[in-house]
Design a protein around this ligand. Structure first.
Ligand code: FEO
Length: 395
C-alpha cells in the first residue's frame, strides 16, 4: 500500500495484506487485513509508530524510502505481537541509530523475540511524553487490549490517537478512513468479537480514558482510520457493556439431521415468541460469524449429536471458542440426540467452565423420538421467552 498523508508531518506507511484469509491459524479474515504503521516527523526528531508483519517489511521500508526518510530516531512499539513488532529488526537494520521506545513489559517481549540488547531500547512510563519538536507523543498504557504490555500513543498537537489493536478491523483497503466504507462496522465488530471480547472489562476501563482525550482521528494498526471517532467509540461502549439483545444464538452440528431438525423447530418456536434467532451450522459457517453472534445473544443454545459418548468435534471446537471468548450471555442450553448413550450434554457443559450463563434444562432425544423432541423444545422456548421478558429484553 502506498504512503498516505494524514496531517502535515504524519503519514501512514504500513502495508495491506489483501490475500490473508486466516489470522493466528484460527480466525478467518475474509476481507484480508492491514498492518498500519505511522511516520511522525517533528522539527527535531522522527518517530515510526509500530511496524508491520515480517513478510511486509520490504513494503514498509520502500514506503519510508519513497518519503525520503533518511533518519528514524524512535520506533514506538505499542504492542509486541509480531504483526506490529515483527519488522522492528528490519527497521533497526536500515536505521541503526533508532531506539525502540516501549514500556518495560514490551521490552521484555521484544528482547526475547529478537535478542536485541538493552541499549537499543528506551523505556517509558504511563503518561510520559516524548517531544519530536512541535509534535509531542504521549504514551498511555492500556494493558490487555490486546496483550499485557499494550499501550496507546497520542499525538497531542494533531489530536491523533494511535490505538494499535484497539478500534481495529481486519480489512485490506486503500481507503484511509472508515467513512464511506460500507462494511467497516461489520469488520470492526468481527475484529472486536475475535480479539477484544475476552478483555471487555479492560476495554471498558480504557474506553473511559480514551473518552477523556480530545481526539480528531483514531488510527488503529489494522484497517481504516476513524476521522469521526464517535461511532466506533459508541460501538465499543455497547460491545464492552453487559448489554445483551433479545437474541438466541443456536449453534449446532448434525450427522443424520436430527439435531438440525431440533434446532429449526426451536428457532420456529422462538420466532413465534418474537425472539431473534441467529442460526450457526457449525459445518458451514465461519467461526467469525459465531463470534459476532456471541456479542449480542442473551441466550446460547448448543446442539450436538453424540459421537463416541461425547459431542461432535465441530461442537467441541465451537465450545472451546465460546469458553475462551467469555460471552455475556445470561442463559444457555444443550440440545441434541443420541442412539446408544453417552454424556454429550455433560461434556459440553464441562467444556464451558468460563461461561457465566445459567444452564436451562437439556433436551436430549433418543434416535428420533418425536415425543422426546417437540414438547421439551416448546417448553425450552417458553422458558427462554419468560427469561427474556424478565430481563427486559423485549424493549
Ligand atoms: Fe494486531 Fe495483538 O496484534
Amino acid at each position: 500500500m502506498a504512503c498516505q498523508q494524514i496531517r502535515d508531518g504524519v503519514h501512514s506507511v504500513g502495508a495491506a495484506d489483501w490475500d490473508r484469509r486466516l489470522f493466528d491459524l484460527l480466525l478467518p479474515t475474509p476481507d484480508g487485513t492491514s498492518y498500519n504503521a505511522f511516520l511522525v516527523k517533528g522539527s527535531e526528531r522522527t518517530a515510526l509508530i509500530d511496524t508491520v508483519e515480517p513478510s511486509k517489511a520490504g513494503e514498509l521500508l520502500a514506503n519510508l524510502a519513497s518519503l525520503g526518510v533518511e533518519r528514524i530516531d524512535y520506533i514506538i512499539a505499542n504492542h509486541a505481537e509480531q504483526d506490529h513488532s515483527g519488522s522492528v529488526p528490519a527497521v533497526l537494520g536500515r536505521f541503526p541509530g533508532a531506539l525502540v521506545v516501549c514500556n518495560k513489559a514490551c521490552m521484555g517481549f521484544l528482547r526475547d523475540l529478537f535478542l536485541l540488547p538493552e541499549e537499543r531500547f528506551r523505556t517509558v512510563e504511563d503518561g510520559e511524553s516524548l517531544s519530536l519538536g512541535g509534535k509531542t507523543l504521549r504514551f498511555i498504557f492500556a494493558p490487555w487490549v490486546h496483550w499485557p504490555e499494550t499501550m496507546l500513543t497520542y499525538l497531542v498537537e494533531d489530536r491523533i490517537l494511535f490505538s494499535c489493536d484497539l478500534f481495529g478491523s481486519h480489512l485490506a483497503t486503500n481507503c484511509l478512513y472508515s467513512d464511506g466504507e460500507e462494511n467497516v462496522y461489520q469488520d470492526a465488530k468481527r475484529y472486536y468479537a475475535e480479539i477484544m471480547a475476552p478483555f471487555r472489562r479492560f476495554v471498558a476501563k480504557h474506553l473511559a480514558t480514551v473518552e477523556r482525550l480530545d481526539i480528531d482521528i483514531i488510527a488503529p494498526s489494522h484497517g481504516p482510520l476513524h476521522s469521526h471517532p464517535l461511532p466506533i467509540l459508541d460501538a465499543y461502549r455497547k460491545w464492552s457493556s453487559d448489554e445483551v439483545e433479545n437474541t438466541v444464538l443456536i449453534c449446532y452440528a448434525t450427522m443424520h439431521g436430527t439435531t438440525r431438525e431440533m434446532a429449526r423447530h426451536l428457532a420456529a418456536r422462538l420466532t413465534e415468541r418474537a425472539i431473534k434467532v441467529v442460526m450457526v451450522d457449525l459445518e458451514r459457517t465461519d467461526p467469525g460469524k459465531l463470534t459476532m453472534a456471541l456479542l449480542d445473544a442473551a441466550t446460547i443454545v448448543i446442539g450436538s449429536p453424540t459421537v463416541l459418548a461425547g459431542p461432535h468435534p465441530h461442537v467441541v471446537y465451537a465450545c472451546a471458542l465460546i469458553d475462551a471468548l467469555k460471552p455475556k450471555a445470561r442463559q444457555a442450553a444443550v440440545i441434541g440426540s443420541f442412539s446408544w448413550g453417552g454424556q454429550m450434554a455433560e461434556k459440553v457443559k464441562r467444556s464451558l467452565g468460563q461461561l457465566q450463563a445459567e444452564f436451562l434444562e437439556t433436551v436430549l432425544v433418543k434416535s428420533h423420538a418425536p415425543s422426546q423432541m417437540y414438547p421439551p423444545l416448546d417448553r425450552l422456548a417458553d422458558e427462554i421467552a419468560r427469561r427474556h421478558h424478565e430481563q427486559g429484553l423485549f424493549g
